[in-house]
Design a protein around this ligand. Sequence first.
Ligand SMILES: [Zn+2]
Length: 324
Amino acid sequence: MARAEKVAVGVDLGGTTFSIGLLSTAGELLAEHSYDTPRSEDEPLALAAAASAIGGVLEQETIAPDRVLGIGVGIPGPVDPEAGIVKTAPNLPELDGANAVEIVGEQFDLPVLIANDAYCATLAELRYGSGRDVANLVMLTLGTGVGGGIALDNRVRRGPRQIMGEVGHIIVEPDGRRCGCGNHGCLEALVGRDGMVNQALRLLEHGRPSVLSERAGPRHERRSPKLISEAADEGDKVALEVMQTSGHYLGVAICSCIVLCDPDLVVLGGGIAAAGEVLFAPIRRTVRHRSQISGFDVSKIVPAELGNEAGVYGAGALVLDELA
Ligand SMILES: [Zn+2]
């Protein structure tokens, strides 16, 4: 690395761990360090810990402060990026209302930018991942919940109420399972972690034989989308049906995304997106049949490329987009 090359610091803050990455202006991840997230009942310790860790990383990587363009922080929940405030962080509730820009910025004479983590993941794929050759994409991240983001004209958009791209709350079954948001039949309620596990339980209640029965533990405590996708890979019929149904719901939601955004690419990220064809085949089949009006090329529904590093790439990209 040239001595004078500028870098951006990207922080990916999570409920269990947080990571700090150094991104070159060319988008190369020069270093990444991970830490346990400290918790407290009522103090936003995680933000102060991230700030201290940044100082440590810069020292360890011998980066002089004048080479740092700024610090980007991805927050696991909705934020007010202009005010620098965390609105709510369901997995880190002690951060609710905290001024992240002030807390992180206190120790540095540097600009600090914050964004929601799904925004960061979308920006990361747009700049450095599956979407690096396109200007318009929709991203869906499949995990405990279903997050996402929308990029139009090479920028990730959130809208005046920061709600644009919340694809997990597209209604795909109007009278379906209740969602954490209070509504019924949202995509997240059907294919989020609990939604997929619930699908499997319903099939098993009908006495269908499945390796899931023995692998999930006596109280089904190990049942998870990962377990389901592994069983589907081995040809387990119940697991395959869950993947088919989930793929169908995802496909229905993606059809809505296509007519709303006309994307060049649909990117699927998060753990379960690594399931491969067993999930992508029913998604593509549904989109091919249900979005004939768009003629969308279903080969443009692709997995995300950056995996767990998307968070630090995206947080660093916040800085590079604004300041490089
Ligand atoms: Zn919902």
